[in-house]
Design a protein around this ligand. Sequence first.
Ligand code: TRP
Ligand code: ZN
Length: 865
Amino acid sequence: MTDASSTPPVPVTIHRGDYRPPEWQVPDIALDFALGIDATRVSSALSVVRHADTMVPLVLRGDGLTPLGVRVDGEGWNDWRMDGSDLIVDLGDRTAATVEVDTAIDPAANTQLMGLYASNAMLCTQCEAEGFRRIAFHPDRPDVLSRYKVRMAGDKAAFPVLLSNGNCVASGEEGSDHWALWEDPWPKPAYLFALVAGDLVVNRDSFTTLSGRKVDLGIWVRAGDADRTGHAMQALKNSMAWDERVYGREYDLDLFNIVAVSDFNMGAMENKGLNIFNTRYILADPDTATDVDYDGVEGVVAHEYFHNWSGNRVTCRDWFQLSLKEGFTVFRDQSFSAAMGSPPVKRIEDVRLLRAAQFPEDAGPLAHPIRPDSYQEISNFYTATVYNKGAEIIRMMATMVGPERFRKGTDLYFARHDGEAATCEDFVRAIEEGAGVDLKQFRLWYSQAGTPRVTARIDTDAATGERTLHLAQSVPATPGQPDKAPMLIPLRIKAFDLDGSHGAEEEALVLLDRADMAVPLGSYRSRPMLSINRGFSAPVIVDCAREAGELAWLAAHDDDPFARYEALQQLMLDTLVAAVSGDKADHRAVIDAVATTLGGRAADPAFVAEAVLLPSEAFIGDQMVVVDPDAIRRERLALQAAIGAALEAEWRAILAEGAPPATDLTPAAKGRRRLRGVALAYLAATPAADAPALAFGIFSGADGMTERQTALATLAHGDSDERVAALDIFYQRYRDNPFVLDKWFQVQAWSLRPDTVDAVRELAGHPDFTLSNPNRVRSLYGALTGNQAAFHRADGAGYRLIADLVIALDPKNPQTAAKMIPPLGRWKRFDEARAAMMKAELGRILAQPGLSRDVTEQASKSLLG
Ligand code: TRP
Ligand code: ZN
């Protein structure tokens, strides 16, 4: 027998085409846990049934486990061996058996936060994607579904609360120990198993479903945190009602529990009946959470709840199908959040995220289709592409068929595949049949990576005055995919008539399905104003030469709010790209358009706040062949200062109006706070001498975290005395609240100050900084990689800092370490000097001995380019 942890990692590539159905199914599982923080005994009993015709042995995957005893049908069994970290049990010609294995694990030593681990003296699990094999030997693949019975016993004082999936069917006491037996009637893959044991308090509520089932709801947190769970609970109840109303999906157990955990690799996890959350997506009160945080809680609670159908009742056949549950569920949570707040603002936020996180991924060395063809480590594929582009693919289908037919398609999907492990193809086929639509060409969105580019141009027939829209598409080459076929791109389009010569203006849904296409628009006396990809109907880049005047007109008059936002953004981008390329900057058109947009602020402050925000430095960089981070920062700040100065009276008026009470979380109140933040940032960009005092006044007088954090972040960019004072006050006040302390690290790493890299290096040595908590790591280093000019500092100090982090973090938490690599992989987009330094750091990472599979895959692919 070899010790699994000493086996060197062999980079094995798993291919989608190699899928074979499981040879053994496991209809029932009984687990027995003897709980201890640094020693937990696990006994598993798997009832296995052979599905293969041949007498293949049973292969049970393990990761770091040693079998302490193996029994088959109750008898001690010797026909087993280890193959690497896997347990092979020879069952002879049996077609069914009960296989029992005992193991022991050390949750306190589990710093990867995968499997069973300890967080603040509490025990919890994370099994997706392949964490169950760190708890017990198991096939650990999502197409093996089982009914679970889970018994756990432990010290009553250390673990007063014992939770697992499903319902608690029995419990009792034995001396200082107690035990509980949980049963989940719904067959599920091992990745949805969960267990929690600890000292927790609960916020209880209930929800009665459409058919009258009363569901007990519980949100479990540490003592003292219960009064910050109200927003999450309301979001949960709203989600349950929304899924019934919009998708006809009802909850299917008598109990729904959520547990909040401080140390967590991702946002949250949809374990059946027992969701486990990163605390940052559960706890919220006005003093500690911003409006963005509140929306994050609502969106993630909804996301995990919606997985009960899109993910749990219908799960994934294999991990290549991840977008089946994630893309669909993100689309569902986006639609929900839109319905709870402002649909246009939600759409702007979602597109901004897609452009910030997914477009760069699609344009870089790690580009992959939403249904990948191969992977080395599946944890590396929980990406913006699988999640957010995946959601856009579902959204396009919904756009093409309309809500009623889309619902027919999803109804068919859920009915046909309930209880099954399905594929992306199953989903598309159900939409095709249920909605009555041909998606043959559309399927390319599942297999082709890269963001398509669409060019659009209006031509005029001089003789007849007829106008024609010429569309062309191209899909860029991506790693492993040099040649692409034209895709089906649904574009919502409208051509505005300025002089009434055309008559009725109708929006059209143009299905661009070939490389080039001509769309007759009819006759217009003067050139129509082209509004294209309205509502961002397709996740593409549109190249459309429109002059400043046309963009300004659209920004002011388009009846699609998203298109108004886009027009102003495009105007800003054109201005900035010209300035960065060395043209003399002309800020006037942008200033005028911002002024016009601000005129609508009373009616819709949230939209206006989004619309007048300058594009991010990274997004400006994405428009350039070679990114010049310093010129981008300089020109963006110059434009910000010009807008700030030209409209100074407006910004001051917005700030003078005062803030709505922090407890007011209506979209209007959130919008007003957002606009105040934007106003403060514009004002702070001007030479106005009173700006720091004004920001400090807002910081000190704030009755909630939105205003407080915005003011602090604004001050953090400068070098006023107020900056030092505010950072100190904030730290002293919130040093014991890890969630708020994350913000303190974050605003400093976001700072536009030239010494930010040095500040981050210093903060990494701060007594409150730790590599053990993923939230803390992201708040400091994640913020730095999002700070373009800082991360790309010309001397390479930013790159070195991130590579040092990856090297230090990998032995502890490879999943989180690997997430920090992609920014180093964008070297092709930068000048030679920067590219060489980025590659050198990737090489330095790869030269480390004993590197994880996670980091090896990301760094080696990133280096290849
Ligand atoms: N399925 C989870 C979600 O999207 C994602 C997730 C949570 C996850 N924790 C994880 C994925 C750990 C991989 C590893 O809701
Ligand atoms: Zn999810």
